[in-house]
Write a new protein. Structure first.
Length: 483
């Protein structure tokens, strides 16, 4: 049989499928091979990175494709089974853009009404900002408990500057939050007990102006601690960065491909995680580097530098483990405190940012008080700590009423029980130690906005994200009621 020549586009479509996130949105530039390997390929940049993997790991790709090509000349190979199941029996008529916008507007208002009804008088907010082109968006999530369950609905995601004299300062944030809460949810800033955000000066001033507690993002504090810690290794990291850049060039990377599927990684200035990835990758590919090449040999780290980098790798692996744990759902301030204290034990220099009484912490006593309550040591709270937690106190009705014929001993017994009763607090277990929920949200926003949706109006964009994040509050019946 004659050899079949397949184009790169056809090989890529046969072996790869686009990766989708939890919301069934395609992750731009990320593809999964049939063998499970993830590969990246930017839009409109060809298929070189995808085809390289197929030819190195699937050398029999032509035979495989020829055997699977029984449906050639038909549309069978282009139809997914999931599409057949979902869309096979649809009878929906097409609708206009105006109708779609009107339906989204109605569902958005219905969801806002449900949040307004569900949100208690005491709640907290989680905020962060995201800049895209010349627009700066502020996302606001609520944090409250309802029927013993923690909820984190998206309240708003809108441009911060609406007037020519607006800026990105704390007072502009304050005006935005006050207007949004009062207009959409019938709440006042006085109902807000705490703010979870980065530890920057704007957020610290915002919390001060609001008169509430600021829970500084633990991931942000960890990032600052690691960036400070890496300064002592900067010279060694520069040497390693230069080496990785050299071996990442075309000729060296091509030679390295025949020895290992691993590729050199270079670090990014704003992400310490890339530093860990670069050091870890160096020790995995060091045995495959062309040390006989004079240009590469001149860039190799010295033995003393390699020893220091091995120690750095051990420390960064611990930090990476804690950083990933902080990304988890349903973690408490007590969990974060235990993990950060563990890092301080193995690397004391982290105390400058990770200690509960660090200078960067807005209200040190609040974090200490929360961890005591969550650990079951509420009886050990100091007077100042009890004062900080006073807004979170649960109001317990007094069920024991004094009767006229009650004996003196019974009165003393009741008085002793009242003195031994430990005050309980609401909402503390629901307070997240990080603002990572907003970071993940902005990652989704960046993917959704992409490179080809820049003409979407900010108001429309907000409705899309609002309905997506708060999908538990609406369904097909809600849509039907709004039409």
């Amino acid at each position: 049989m004659a050899t079949q020549n397949y184009t790169n586009a056809r090989i890529a479509s046969f072996y790869y499928t686009a990766v989708v996130d939890a919301f069934e949105e395609t992750v731009e530039g990320l593809f999964r091979c049939r063998c499970g390997t993830l590969r990246r390929q930017g839009p409109r940049t060809g298929y070189s990175n995808l085809i390289q993997h197929v030819r190195s790991q699937h050398p029999d790709y032509a035979d495989v494709m020829r055997e699977a090509d029984d449906g050639r000349g038909t549309l069978q190979a282009w139809i997914r089974q999931r599409a057949r199941d979902v869309h096979g029996y649809t009878t929906l008529a097409p609708i206009s853009v105006e109708t779609l916008h009107a339906a989204m507007e109605g569902v958005t208002l219905a969801v806002e009404a449900k949040i307004k009804e569900e949100m208690p008088d005491q709640f907290g907010i989680i905020i962060d900002g995201w800049s895209h082109a010349s627009e700066h968006f502020l996302a606001v999530f609520a944090c409250y408990e309802c029927a013993g369950t923690s909820h984190f609905p998206l309240l708003a995601m809108a441009p911060l500057n609406n007037e020519s004299d607006d800026d990105h300062g704390a007072r502009t944030h304050l005006a935005f939050l006050s207007t949004m809460l009062e207009r959409d949810y019938g709440k006042s800033l006085r109902n807000c007990l705490f703010v979870v955000a980065d530890n920057c000066a704007v957020n610290r001033l915002l919390a001060t102006l609001m008169g509430v507690l600021l829970v500084g993002c633990a991931s942000h504090r960890l990032n600052l601690a690691v960036q400070d810690y890496l300064r002592d290794y900067e010279d060694d990291l520069i040497v390693l960065q230069t080496l990785m850049r050299k071996t990442k060039t075309l000729n060296y990377a091509a030679a390295l491909r025949f020895k290992t599927p691993l590729r050199p990684i270079i670090r990014q200035d704003t992400r310490w995680g890339s530093t860990y990835a670069m050091v870890e990758r160096y020790f995995r590919i060091s045995e495959y580097l062309p040390v006989e090449d004079d240009d590469v040999a001149e860039l190799l780290p010295s033995p003393r530098a390699i020893k220091r980098l091995r120690g750095l790798l051990v420390d960064l692996s611990r930090v990476q483990n804690v950083s990933k744990a902080l990304q988890s759902d349903n973690i408490t301030m007590l969990d974060a405190r235990v993990w950060l204290d563990g890092l301080i034990d193995v690397e004391p220099s982290f105390h400058q940012y990770l200690e509960p009484r660090a200078d960067i912490v807005h209200t040190p006593g609040f974090e200490i008080a929360c961890t005591k309550v969550l650990a079951g040591d509420a009886a050990k709270l100091t007077r100042a700590q009890r004062l900080l937690l006073q807004p979170f106190e649960k109001q317990e009705c007094e069920s024991e009423e004094e009767s006229e014929g009650e004996s003196f001993v019974a009165q003393l017994q009741r008085k002793r029980k009242r003195a031994q009763r430990v005050q309980t607090y609401a909402l503390l277990a629901a307070i997240p130690p990080t603002s990572n929920i907003v970071e993940r949200f902005f990652s989704l926003a960046r993917i959704t906005y992409g490179h080809e949706r820049h003409r979407i109006a900010p108001y429309t964009l907000e409705k899309i994200f609002f309905l997506r994040v708060n999908k538990r509050l609406w369904d097909i019946h809600t849509v039907n009621e709004c039409l």
